[in-house]
Ligand binder design. Sequence first.
Ligand code: SF4
Ligand code: SF4
Length: 380
Amino acid sequence: MKYRHFNGKDISQLGFGAMRLPTLENGEINKEESFRLFKYAFDEGVNYYDTAYVYHGGKSEVVLGEWVKNEGIRDKVYIADKLPTLQLNDDFDANAIFAEQLERLDTDYIDFYLMHALSLDKWNKLKELGIIKFMDEIRAKGKVKYIGFSFHDDYDAFVKIIDDYDWQFCQIQLNFMDIEIQAGIKGLEYAASKGIPVTIMEPLKGGKITQIKDPYTTKLKNAYKLQDVPTATICLNFLFDRPEVLTVLSGMNVYDHVVENIKAASNCQPGAQSEAEKRFLTDLRDYINGKATIPCTACRYCVDGCPNSINIPRIFDMYNDAVMYDTFERNKAGYDRMPSTGKDCAECGQCEDACPQHLTIMDYLKKVDEYFSANSPVAD
Ligand code: SF4
Ligand code: SF4
């Protein structure tokens, strides 16, 4: 395992994301298997474990806390946990939630504590609710070692949030596809310029990147003599190559993936990704981006005016995802579960009037509906 240095600490450059732990048929976390994966990772040098109040309905914190306690390794691992920010109303009580989290984790302190999934709007709302006092207090009392935030908004919002508090770290979504999305590479570099280390989430886009079955990927790998290197390894190396990264969180729930990712994290380091791997990723990115997708920016201006409550951006996102990542079956299942789809469009045209991208939404909805009505993807 290779480590990154932070405040006199060695943090494994691969972190264990506990948001998608192995589950049983009834949907509950498979504790035995989760413990096996945690333990293998720990024995191989992983010392950063990331959970959140909302993961697995709160059970992720409990299972992680139980494993750490059983092993007697509280002082040998760094636990990251997140304050939920989904319901920011006047009843929001950060102190009560934090106390509950310590109880679930069965610990006295949390190493890395994040405001979860901040957008600029959420950050402003949190400040109105007195979050700065709360953060200052839990830090001063030693209940939390480092305060940070995870982020889902655009680059400008990222800069505003970073500049607005004395953060000690932050967490962004980054992978070789999303270099200009959300905070992006620019955000990574901006945080580093302020001395703020960055933890990375979605390094494989929730596993989508590695599920591409496209023969083009195989052809590309052959061209760059990378046949024996797993795609996941190349994607992780893209992040290990960056010195600004503190740790890369992978939500691992399959033993072989843990083994594979640890192998990658034991080999690559800043500046060490091969030219062949870099060119493979550049070509793959161009290829995926070149597929015929719907240029919806998910601004949601079209949503409120729809008389039939059709979630247009969600539908377009499913289509784009299916086309870009060969995930037809999964997205078709999601589309079929939607309460209203393109079939319910009354062609009133309100959405098209509202769309700043001037998309021909009604035509696109028909196209998507035809696409998902088939039993397999039909070429455009
Ligand atoms: S045209 Fe269709 S999708 Fe658009 S607002 Fe009207 S009913 Fe909704
Ligand atoms: S208004 Fe246009 S760009 Fe915005 S979400 Fe709707 S379809 Fe997408």
